[in-house]
Design a protein around this ligand. Sequence first.
Ligand SMILES: [Zn+2]
Length: 470
Amino acid sequence: MKDAQENSLQSQQEYFTECIQRHPDWVFAGMYTDDGISGLSIRKRDGFNRMVADALDGKIDLILTKSLSRFARNTVDALTTIRSLKAAGVAVYFQKENINTMDSAGEFLITLMSSFAEEESRSISENVTWGVRHRYAQGIYHLPGLLLGYQRNQDGEIQVDEARARVVRFIYLLALAGKSSTDICRILMDCGIPSPGQGHRWEPHTVRSILKNEKYMGDAVLQKEITADFLTKTRKPNEGEAPQYYVENGHPCIVSKSVWQEVQATWTDASRRNCTFSPIANKIICGECGGRYGRKTWHSTTYRDAVWECNSKKAGRTKCKCRHIYAEELDTAIRRSMHHLLKTHQIIIPDCADLLSQAPGEISSNARSVLNDIARGELDIQIDGLMIGILIRKMVVTPKQTLVIHFLDGTTYRHRLGATPRGTRLYNTQRDHSRMLALYAKGCSAKEISQRLGISVNTVRSFLRRHRGT
Ligand SMILES: [Zn+2]
């Protein structure tokens, strides 16, 4: 290992000597090395420190270095050094990346680094504990911050910190299931999961920022904020003073793009705080007016039913042609659609299975058992609310009396809404009794009575049984 390191140092020296000889107008100012030192912090890298001091003294105007990761192993150090060298008119050339800090690619690099450094410095300032500062000063690389779920390896590359990435995935999962940031905080604290600052307490704004951060799907928007003064950590929103860049798949993702985009499209933090969570709420959409369906209870002299209907009806606007749906009918449709999904589309199930299996805590034990059923090929499953929240994107009621269920993987399932609701009416009045008896007396079967009155066949049968018994 030591040999390999020396060899590589020797070959680097040969490379750079040759490189300098190829430029007759260049004057060799010196070779600065930190032989065999892993060089995690500036403090221990004497060669590096001498080089920077000489450069700032005006003895050097171009620094050739192998790679960014060799130059400095944490973003804050690298950025601070590059900035101060640049301000002094000293260029740094990174051989591996083929980047010169003085040209536009160099600007881009600095921007990319700033983006991560901002998160680093933010998490550092959020964690002003002696322990963190002490470890940081010693250059021990395990930074608590960066971004929850990420860490750097030996070469300074950003990689996924699996243990904490599970927490991030769990948060996305809960958001897909429709939980508000306050709910999510409560669940995380109930599960005893430490916050990004390693404390017990989770704040809704932390959860929101995790759910909104495109870095979790492997992308990065650069220069969302610009740093007015990096050292004093003053930042302001970028209002067009500096260019913004979008880097796709620049680093490993923690959640898939489809999961991230789904959260952006459907998750809202507002107005869910005071109502009981229903996985179905907000997912049924009227195909005519685009409004949401709400759950109501219909009362009349003859029946009492739980139904879902377009909210425009309540608002007193013109009635939509889209039909109401009986709660039981909806259950049937969802159940069938789930079976259809499980039989035909295996694309998103593994995605969700991954999410669920990596979710800590007890909160998803139902969903977990559903996935176990799926794994065993048992399709006659109890559909769990969390699963519905995750797998179904929306359900659209069309004016043609069809319920179109859209899944997260982009596929759909169409369920024809029956002309008469089956088995949803509750008979609870004397009038229903006498109508059933009248039809029975005419020789109608229980099934015919059920169809004609819209009362479930079991209800009719049990009524007739009791009637015959008395
Ligand atoms: Zn409507």
